[in-house]
Design a protein around this ligand. Sequence first.
Ligand SMILES: O=C(O)CCC(=O)C(=O)O
Ligand SMILES: [Fe+2]
Length: 89
Amino acid sequence: MLVSSYDATDSGFFDAHRDNTVPSSAHRQFAVSLNLNEGYEGGELVFPEFGQQTFKAPAGGAVVFSCTLLHAVQPVTAGRRYACLPFVY
Ligand SMILES: O=C(O)CCC(=O)C(=O)O
Ligand SMILES: [Fe+2]
């Protein structure tokens, strides 16, 4: 299981992508973006094909979405964000 860390010192972000586009990930159905901490700014999820609304779950909360959806993580502007990122097969 993947735990990612996005730090403000390098404006940690994740460019827009889909999670099932290569043969080794084509079986993935849903992505789980589980936020592990509070105390940071930025780091919201956005789904650009559906507008500019952003999503930020509280610590212990998750955003679950289809691996077919284009998504990105906005830059962290203060503090450090940790997120656990399992996929549902
Ligand atoms: O950090 C996140 O919430 C999402 C990360 C992500 O999109 C990925 O690992 O594929
Ligand atoms: Fe992703």
